[in-house]
Every structure is written in C-alpha cells, then in structure tokens.
Design a protein. Sequence first.
Length: 292
Amino acid sequence: MRIRRKRIYSAIPLMGAFLFPVLGTVHAANADAPQAVYYTREGAKDAASLVYQYHPNSTYSVNTKMGFVTDIELHPGDTISYIAGGDTARWAIDTSTVSGTAHIYVKPLAKNIHTNLIVNTNRYSYRIGIYSTDTPTTLVRWEYPDEIREAMKREMARPVYKDKKEKTYLDTHTEAVNGMPVQKHLNYRYELKNHGVAQATMPTEVFDDGTRTYIKIPAQNKYDFPTLYHVNDQNKLTLVNYRVIGSYLVADRVFSKARLTYTSKSYVEIRSSTKTTLHDTEAPMLSVKEVK
C-alpha cells in the first residue's frame, strides 16, 4: 500500500474570513433531494465511519475534537487540486493518498471553535463545516447517488443469459446501444471451397460485422480448431490470430479471401461473394463447393 503524505495546512491559501452558513433546520422536499446543510445526525453510520450522500451544492458538518484526528475520505481515484480554509491558524490539516484515495486529516488546536473548508478535486467540490466538539467523528466519507443510479441502470440493462448458447449469440450477433443489445448488420456474403476436409468439421456459418469476421465451427471439432490465414492477391498466406467465442472463431479483421488449414493437405478456402445480400437476423445457406 503506497501512502503519500504532504503537510499543507501552513500553505493553505488564505481566503479571508469565510462566512459560514447559518445552521438552521433544513427539510428536504423528498428523500432524494439535496439539503443546504447536512448535520452528523443525518449521515449513515457504517462501522466507525459517517457516510453522507454527496450533492454538489450542500455543506457537510464534521465533528472533531482537540487532541484527536478526524479522517475525511474523498472519492476513490480523485486527486485534490485545491483546499481553502476559513481559519488556518487554529486548525491542523494534513493530506495523504492511500491506495489511490485522497484523505484529509483535520485536528482542532482549540476547544469550541469552528470554521469551514472548501475542497476541490479533479471531479468534485466539497463544502465542509468543521467543529471542535466533545463527540468527534473518526472517519467521514461520501456515497454518490448519481453514480449509484448509473450503476443500477447498467445492471438492469445487462443481458441475463438463459444458457451459453444464448450468450454466444448475443456476443457475436448483437452490439450494445445505450446499454441494450441490438442486432448488428451482418454480411453473410461468403462461399467456401472444400479441399479434402471432412464434412463434419466444415464451417457451418461465416459472416462479418464490418470489423470482425466470425466463423462457426461444428461442436465435433471443438478441441481441434484449424489455422486461419489471410490470402492476398498474390496468393500469399499470412497467419491471422483469432479468439474463440463459443463455437465461433473471431478474427479482428475482414478479408475477401482466407484459408482455414486443417492439415498440410486439407483446407477450406473462404471467399467473399455477391450471391447473397445483407441480413439482420438469419444466415442464408452457406454455399460449399467440393474441390477434388
């Protein structure tokens, strides 16, 4: 765990006398609506920490105690760009970064004092009222409702697969649009020439989505996949790497001519064709020519 510490309270920019908001009782219109000021009693308790919901225009109360340090934990991955304090003479303020998470350590140097902090990071801005009391909070952190809602939306939109076959179909025939699977425009204009390959191991489907080429291999050949080559206009062969999704060999390119080599004497030529049209759902019958 990497810890980077930096003593900063003596270098906090003096912003003059900050006027801290009058702390009257505030009632939210609903549970999701932000308040102007959040008190410690309105945060959620999680072990030794106090958890607030983050809203950019709210101020959050943090109780501290003379002789004790309170840890203010910011959003994971964010970096502190600026800190300003209303009273820099009677408060000790340090920062550190622990495992990519920025922390601010606050300790009052006198009893019964209070001031405020403005903390800016690369993504968020925090307005914090700090109080010297007899009931300090050990750790203060935030949860971020907007991020939680987005994560829930992504989870709800995530496809639930009935079985491996359905997952393979979604991975090869659909693409995500706004988090939802949508049928891709697929080009099935291919024909095969079989040079001595057993029919049971021949590809049963070939198509591309404009970026990748998909070649379906029968289940009988599941553990003995052929080698894939690109064939150029001079009939020169270049090895093509592919990955396996279910029963499909997926090459990260489109070609007009390719070769699947099974043995030194048996192979299948794959050529683009103009005999079929673009299909959105079902593949046409694959044209196969036997070559003696």
